[in-house]
Design a protein around this ligand. Structure first.
Ligand SMILES: Cc1cc2nc3c(=O)[nH]c(=O)nc-3n(C[C@H](O)[C@H](O)[C@H](O)COP(=O)(O)OP(=O)(O)OC[C@H]3O[C@@H](n4cnc5c(N)ncnc54)[C@H](O)[C@@H]3O)c2cc1C
Length: 540
């Protein structure tokens, strides 16, 4: 060993003597043969103290806990590549889980006994997002670091383009990361028109599970590009995404229309999304299901409805004796130029719809207030001490042809006596707005529309978690028995057979991409799709 490298090696090993068991276990001499100083730098960003590992050992779901051996604080994508190479150099590689903000519900961003990458560190400190949100000179797209929160992407793009620019599709909550949502799909009320967030990405930088830093797009390394979109963190760490932009509106008419009958509700939702290319329709369409017992017996708080509006809805629930009230939630964007026409547009749309007369509820808010609505709910729930509670969420994509069966079996069957705390979402999307080359699993293509149904319930009292888990299991069993070919969104499966069924025809591709881009199966082990640390001989 040349003298300089030997000195470096000594520095590394003596550094190791001063650090913890995990770092001590690493075989640094072999780590990065041409760059031991780099190995030292990687090691210095590993935090093994109890506070760091405890913080990275649970998530928003508060259902699963797993302690990592260390938390890594990268300051550049190259650091993440270095960490992955360090892992691969070990006789038994350690697992590596990028953690956006840990807003997963079932341990998907955990790394039991491995290393959690705290993606926040990539952004650095300060209000300029570490220069990791950059709008192109032609204002057609924004490059955002994978660690960036969507709220920060919004604030940065609104400052550009005169009146402001913005991505076209949003999740309901903006304090989740670009890399985390693109690893799932990213759905919201604009998806009926523009598809999910993963249909609005032009290019990615990915640090693959091989340690390579790869730029990919539909034209360049396309297999990795499509694999990483909806890829559940299995193929690489997304460190940059190029996202399409549009002109941002100034304000929003935000509307909820009540229905007591599921047929009219779904018919009107489908009518509205069918007019995706035409004016004067909504720019955002979602829907909610309010189980009547929540209105008549449960907690009646709402950040949208006033107390007197809730009284009216409760009366409606009592009068109709239906098990559920449904709301279409629509939003119509407008600017100073179009403000004069917004009410006229709304009136025209309403003429075609059959919500319960007198039960249209309208608000007028700024664009940012509208998009950040769940951020305000978060503040309220935090103050009430019911944000950091278990969230046994179940999200499903249900084929349009079976959505009435689902309603009958779930809302009027399994959940008939439930008084859920937390919203139930239900809204349709066009299948053709999803690119089949991405990894996210969608229902079979017999239907051109499927519904996103989110049972976003919180366990706030003793026994709630067990009860909600039983109800979730009963919902899945019902779908199985009734032959409703739904897919989980933000999926969780206990066995690889479950994952094979989940991905269906895509499974072969998922396996092949895993072998190519993460052959030792070190990435995002919390998803539980592939057994970690595949022996080298098993790799391609
Ligand atoms: C209140 C709330 C509302 C939500 N609303 C919506 C919604 O409207 N629509 C919607 O689609 N989703 C919604 N979500 C779900 C959200 O998309 C997921 O929680 C998602 O996991 C993003 O959270 P995160 O950024 O904290 O990622 P994490 O939970 O930290 O990570 C999610 C997974 O992706 C991996 N990962 C994280 N970062 C990267 C990266 N840069 N590269 C590769 N892999 C990575 C992780 O290892 C993990 O497996 C909501 C979540 C919450 C808590």
């Amino acid at each position: 060993m040349p003298q300089a490298r030997f000195a470096t090696f000594l520095a590394v090993t003596s550094f190791l003597c001063t650090v913890t068991h995990f770092q001590h276990m690493l075989v640094i001499g072999n780590a990065l043969p041409n760059d031991d100083l780099f190995a030292l730098d990687v090691l210095s960003k590993l935090h093994t103290d109890h506070v760091s590992t405890a913080e990275a050992s649970s998530d928003f779901g508060h259902i699963v806990e797993a302690i990592p051996n260390a938390v890594f604080h990268p300051t550049s994508p190259a650091d993440i590549a270095g960490l992955i190479k360090l892992s691969l150099s070990q006789p038994r590689p350690f697992t590596v889980a990028p953690r956006g903000r840990g807003h997963s519900a079932r341990g998907q961003a955990l790394a039991p006994g491995g290393v959690v990458v705290d993606m926040r560190s990539l952004a650095g400190r300060g209000s300029d997002h570490g220069h990791r949100v950059n709008v192109s000179s032609d204002e057609a797209w924004v490059d955002a670091g994978g660690e960036q929160l969507w709220i920060d992407v919004l604030c940065a793009t609104l400052e550009r383009g005169g009146g402001g620019l913005a991505p076209r599709v949003w999740t309901d909550y903006l304090r989740i990361t670009v890399g985390g949502t693109l690893s799932n799909g990213g759905i919201g009320g604009q998806a009926f028109r523009h598809g999910p967030q993963i249909s609005n990405v032009l290019e990615l930088d990915v640090v693959a599970g091989t340690g390579e830093m790869i730029t990919c797009s539909p034209d360049k390394n396309a297999d990795l590009f499509f694999a990483a979109l909806g890829g559940l963190g299995q193929f690489g760490v997304i460190t940059r995404a190029r996202i399409a932009l549009e002109r941002a509106p100034k304000r929003v008419r935000w509307v909820r229309l009540a229905y007591s009958d599921v047929r009219s509700f779904t018919r009107d939702q489908e009518l509205l999304i069918s007019r995706r290319d035409s004016e004067p329709d909504f720019d955002y369409i979602e829907g909610q299901v309010q189980l009547n017992r929540t209105l008549t017996e449960g907690r009646r708080s709402s950040s949208f409805f006033s107390a007197s509006e809730l009284d009216r809805l409760t009366n409606l629930a009592v009068e109709t004796r239906s098990s559920a009230i449904y709301f279409i939630e629509g939003a119509m964007y407008y600017t100073d130029d179009t403000a004069a026409f917004v009410d006229e547009r709304l009136a025209m749309i309403s003429e075609d719809l059959s919500f319960v007369p007198g039960h249209a509820f309208v608000r007028d808010v700024s664009y940012v207030e509208f998009l950040d609505r769940v951020g305000r709910d978060e503040q309220k729930l935090r103050s009430a001490g019911v944000w950091d509670v278990p969230h046994p969420w179940l999200n499903l994509f249900v084929p349009r042809s079976r959505v009435l069966d689902f309603d009958a079996g779930v809302f009027k069957g399994v959940l008939k006596d439930a008084r859920p705390v937390g919203p139930i979402l239900m809204y349709p999307m066009h299948r053709d707005a999803w690119d089949d080359r991405t990894t996210t699993a969608t229902p079979p293509d017999d239907d051109d529309v499927f519904y996103a149904v989110g049972l976003l319930r919180s366990a706030v009292a003793a026994g709630d978690l067990e009860r909600l888990e039983r109800e979730n299991a009963a919902v899945l069993e019902f779908c199985d028995r009734a032959g409703i070919a739904c897919k989980q969104y933000l999926p969780h499966h206990d066995s690889q057979d479950g994952w094979k069924r989940h991905f269906g025809e895509k499974w072969g591709r998922v396996e092949a991409m895993k072998r190519k881009y993460d052959p030792r199966a070190i990435l995002s082990p919390g998803q539980g799709i592939f057994p970690a640390a595949v022996a080298p001989d098993d790799s391609v």
